[in-house]
Design a protein around this ligand. Structure first.
Ligand SMILES: [Zn+2]
Length: 174
């Protein structure tokens, strides 16, 4: 995770009170992880850390677009995604996460938020990636009309009955 060093917050050096950070997540960040379903796109994360007595509160909200291909017609589409999260960070005996509490060690001066931000976006990726072209102006529709028309025709053909049914209607001469 060396490449994502700019996502490190000098957490234990923060003074009491509120601290705001902004991070941009793009291809460089997505490619640093070997899990998740996002390769292309751009997101902005607004991160707020509040140093309290005995713990830190970490809040963030993320907004942006992922670029992917439509599951119906394979055209390039862009999906708006957003996420919000709150974690409590505490110093503990070992690094671990229990529910929404993240434990760090006394010596962990920096806290890297990249993984958490990326995970939150991944959780918002829909299983089926499509957009409602029907609700958009024709010139703004990214979907491939030809492919969609073809798929629609295929579905109609299925209703027409099997080849066997049409063969039965052919009369043979003896
Ligand atoms: Zn499509």
């Amino acid at each position: 995770m060396k490449r994502l060093k700019h996502f490190s917050i000098p957490i234990q050096g923060l003074k009491g009170g509120t601290h705001n950070f902004e991070f941009k997540l793009d291809e460089e960040v997505f490619s640093a992880f070997d899990f998740g379903d996002i390769d292309k796109g751009e997101f902005l994360a607004k991160v707020r850390v509040e140093r309290m007595t005995g713990h830190f509160d970490l809040f963030y909200s993320i907004e942006g677009k992922m670029l992917t291909s439509c599951d119906r017609c394979t055209a390039d589409i862009s999906l708006d995604l957003s996420a919000e999260e709150h974690f409590v960070i505490k110093v503990g005996e070992e690094r671990k996460m229990v529910d929404n509490v993240i434990f760090i060690l006394v010596g962990d001066f920096e806290f890297n938020v990249a993984k958490y931000l990326y995970e939150s976006i991944c959780l918002q990726v829909p299983i089926v990636k499509t957009i409602d072209c029907e609700d958009m102006k024709e010139e703004e529709q990214p979907c491939d009309k030809t492919t969609l028309d073809y798929l629609n025709t295929e579905e109609k053909d299925d209703d027409k009955g099997s080849l066997w049914d049409s063969l039965k209607e052919i009369k043979f001469e003896n």
